[in-house]
Design a protein around this ligand. Structure first.
Ligand SMILES: *Cc1c(COP(=O)(O)O)cnc(C)c1O
Length: 366
């Protein structure tokens, strides 16, 4: 250790970073993973081979296009907006992070409606942004839109997750318009799961009407590309430019751009799987709700929020005895005794229903 000066990393770290733990999705090898809301069907056959061809042709000795030009143009044409209003990111997560880099900081305020995606608060706190939480109704998880509009009136950024992770509930376009009108800040509607929602649920049609509205989408959920890490945001051009300015220039690599471009062109070929997942969601919900002591909330996403006695234990036994992974949310007060179960294929869901009914019947007998 000669010459080295003793140092204490904790004193060097920015306090907001020192307070964090690395993100752990609690994955373990399992036969069935229904813990991360992925599309467990994978890519449709024809799409998979076109993606493979595109990957084989990707140019790897040159840096990628910083703004994913071709993909951006395809997304813009799909949504009927100018490409300048679209920004592509290394997953929706990167765009959320960049949003906080650009808009967050001391003296600035984020408004959210917990229980919701925990990443918002994590990034906000990292950049020392005040977080104002407008709690949902503990029983129905509905949002008090008056209270939200009130809180948003002093916010820099308000995030409405719709369908909301983990409750599966929506913000109606009318509610979104109301929030946009109430705030001097940006309103982000996180639509990571919108493809699974009922008709007319998206805030997208409001983009032209509400100049402070942005919509976040991802290829990770309905479009089966969680591993490729591609998401995008559509919003006012000034916001897209600000996000382009703070981002790492080459964060979306050539493989990811190529895969997402193929999937984007093939988006209509996903309709069948999305329909299957929606139908399976209803079947799974009905089956689980029929088990004693189990409550299932209606969901517009590809997952169900389920409350049951001894949720944590049931989650462990699903993993250890049935090799099924689901997400345990039971430690958080607003989702006490809750698990979040992604909707899988028919075969996967059958196994979940069978395993849950065994564990719950055994729990009853104890
Ligand atoms: C999954 C998810 C995202 C984005 O995921 P990426 O894989 O980073 O694109 C964004 N918001 C919510 C609520 C999600 O559940």
């Amino acid at each position: 250790m000669t010459g080295a000066t003793a140092y204490d990393l904790r004193t060097l770290l920015r306090p907001s970073a020192a307070a964090l733990e690395p993100y752990d999705p609690a994955f373990s090898p399992a036969r069935i993973n229904l813990s991360a809301n992925e599309n467990t069907f994978g890519l449709p056959e024809g799409v998979r081979s076109r993606v493979a061809e595109a990957l084989a042709g990707a140019v790897t000795n040159r840096y990628p296009k910083p703004l994913s030009d071709e993909l951006r143009a395809e997304i813009a044409a799909w949504h009927g907006v100018a490409p300048e209003r679209v920004i592509v990111g290394n997953g929706g997560d990167e765009l959320l992070f960049n949003l906080f880099l650009a808009l967050g900081g001391r003296g600035r305020r984020l408004v959210t409606c917990p229980p919701t995606f925990t990443v918002y608060k994590l990034y906000a706190e990292l950049v020392e942004t005040e977080v104002v939480e407008v709690a949902r109704d503990p029983e129905t998880f509905e949002v008090d839109v008056d209270a939200l509009a009130d809180a948003a009136s002093t916010a820099t950024l308000t995030i409405a997750c719709s369908p909301n992770n983990p409750t599966g509930t929506l913000f109606s376009p009318a509610d979104v318009r109301r929030i946009c009108e109430a705030t001097p800040g940006i309103v982000l509607v996180d639509e990571a799961y919108i493809e699974f929602a009922r008709e007319g649920a998206s805030a997208e049609p409001l983009l032209d009407e509400c100049p402070n509205l942005a919509v976040l989408r991802t290829f990770s959920k309905a479009f089966g590309l969680a591993g490729a890490r591609v998401g995008y945001l559509i919003g006012p051009e000034e916001l897209a430019s600000a996000l382009a300015a703070v981002r790492q220039p080459y964060s979306v690599n050539v493989f990811s751009q190529a895969a997402a471009l193929e999937v984007c062109r093939a988006r209509d070929e996903f309709v069948e799987t999305i329909e299957k997942i929606r139908a399976e969601r209803e079947r799974l919900a009905t089956a689980l709700a029929g088990l004693p002591g189990v409550r299932v909330w209606p969901s517009d996403a590809n997952f169900l929020l389920v409350r049951l006695p001894g949720a944590q234990k049931v989650r462990e036994r699903l993993r250890d005895e049935h090799s099924i992974l689901v997400r345990d949310l039971s430690a958080a007060p607003d989702t006490r005794d809750c698990l979040r179960i992604s909707v899988g294929t028919k075969e996967e869901n059958d196994i979940v229903i069978e395993a849950m009914s065994i564990l719950i019947r055994e729990g009853d007998a104890r």
